[in-house]
Write a protein that binds this ligand. Structure first.
Ligand SMILES: [Zn+2]
Ligand SMILES: [Zn+2]
Length: 74
């Protein structure tokens, strides 16, 4: 998503840390539903994840926003 690397920033304690966003809201899927880890989950850093829920936008929309703002910064 934003390319933030926990290992690079935090060293060893950051290894393997990431949050996952469920594309399908959990309250919309039934108990019998088997999560498709490739299509239904997106690994995302906690900052981006918070923004996603705060703004209630799609992963694709957030990626566009991040890319646009990164171009401005660098
Ligand atoms: Zn989420
Ligand atoms: Zn991020």
């Amino acid at each position: 998503m934003c390319g933030f690397d926990f290992k690079e920033f935090y060293g060893d304690i950051g290894i393997g840390y990431i949050e996952v966003h469920h594309i399908k809201p959990l309250n919309e899927i039934s108990k019998e539903y088997i999560v498709d880890t490739v299509n239904d989950l997106r690994p995302i850093c906690p900052n981006c994840h918070s923004m996603l829920h705060k703004a209630n936008i799609s992963v694709e929309n957030l990626r566009d926003i991040v890319e646009k703002n990164h171009r401005k910064l660098f």
